[in-house]
Design a binder for this molecule. Structure first.
Ligand code: TRP
Length: 326
């Protein structure tokens, strides 16, 4: 079975952008692949989170991943810092990566601009640790969004350099471009994100979601219910694209165009369909939150499995580069 590896940052609360963009894929791919899923708390340090907030975020993301349907019996779910080999290989690969290549990373520029008061070296070497995450498990494929493609290209470059110097050691990881949609926020202007405060939280109650939907923008040209709308330009209708079946969507589009269906009713239909997805996730999340020992167990078992795999790779790497006898 081919192996996949992917990581998620422990930041903020998960929202439906994370769900549609990554989690749905993770759940689907655990069927066909030997999957390693990692909560990257070491990467999160580049943003200097409060210690307690980091702890909480790691657990919340783990709960979100599990509640969405990742099965710890099938996939290996673990926390990056529980597997010290990530840091070890990260340093080794740092010595294999050229400054010129790192300098091209656009995410470094974006992130530096976002936190001008803390442009730490970890922000710069971030993609090297990401490379270590992947090659430590000798993963063939990496499902990521398009914003990570440049990092993956760098990872492949590093693998080629390492293999070229020390002999075939790592497979070159291929990007699996998720057909995941780019989910816009409730403002309809930017990508859904916690930091922009435009998100529909995965664990929100139906009432909380409906309150947000009520305030959300629709077709700007449709001011009154009697105005005819254009579903294609409406952000709410885009969400229907993810959560509503074709037949009901056709009905909604027709009702909007002919002004026989108002925006509030359209939003209520969306809220109901969202709840079909979020309701069971929220329940599973609550059960996991109520049983912290169970979560500890799952993460400990995942880390043990990941460490065993990682150590195999490191034994080979250490001998290849001369840190141990060949
Ligand atoms: N950088 C990725 C992101 O921000 C997270 C990540 C860390 C990752 N390590 C990884 C993704 C390894 C894929 C594989 O989304």
């Amino acid at each position: 079975m081919a192996r996949i590896m992917s990581g998620v940052q422990p930041t903020g609360n998960l929202h439906i952008g994370n769900y549609l963009g990554a989690l749905v894929n993770w759940v689907r791919m655990q069927q066909q692949f030997d999957a390693f899923y990692c909560i990257v708390d070491l990467h999160a340090l580049t943003q200097r989170p409060e210690p307690l907030a980091l702890q909480r975020a790691v657990r919340e993301v783990a709960i979100g991943v599990l509640a969405s349907g990742v099965d710890p019996e099938r996939a290996t779910l673990f926390v990056q810092s529980h597997v010290p080999q990530h840091s070890e290989l990260g340093w080794i690969l740092t010595c294999m990566t050229q400054l010129g290549d790192l300098n091209r990373m656009t995410q470094f520029k974006d992130k530096s601009a976002a936190q001008p008061e803390n442009i730490n070296a970890g922000l710069f070497t971030y993609p090297i640790l990401q490379t270590a995450d992947i090659v430590l498990y000798r993963a063939d494929r990496v499902p990521v969004g398009e914003d990570q493609e440049q990092h993956l290209e760098l990872a492949r470059e590093t693998v080629r350099r390492f293999n070229g110097i020390y002999g075939e050691t790592f497979p070159e990881p291929q990007v699996v471009r998720s057909e995941a949609p780019r989910v816009m926020g409730l403002d309809g202007e930017t990508k859904m994100s916690k930091s922009r405060n435009n998100e529909i939280g995965l664990f929100e109650t139906a009432d909380e979601t409906m309150a947000k939907l009520r305030a959300a923008k629709t077709d700007p040209a449709r001011l009154r219910k009697s105005d005819k709308g254009t579903p294609e330009v409406c952000n709410i209708f885009k969400y229907h694209g993810f959560f509503t079946g074709q037949a009901q969507r056709d009905e909604i589009a027709a009702g909007c165009r002919s002004a026989t269906l108002g925006c509030v009713d359209c939003k209520k239909m969306l809220a109901a369909n969202l709840e079909q997805v979020k309701g069971p996730i929220r329940e599973r999340g609550a059960a996991l939150r109520a049983d912290p020992a169970r979560l500890d167990e799952i993460l400990a078992a995942g880390a043990a499995k990941a460490r065993a795999e990682a150590e195999k790779t490191m034994a080979l790497v250490r001998s290849r580069i001369g840190l141990r006898a060949p």
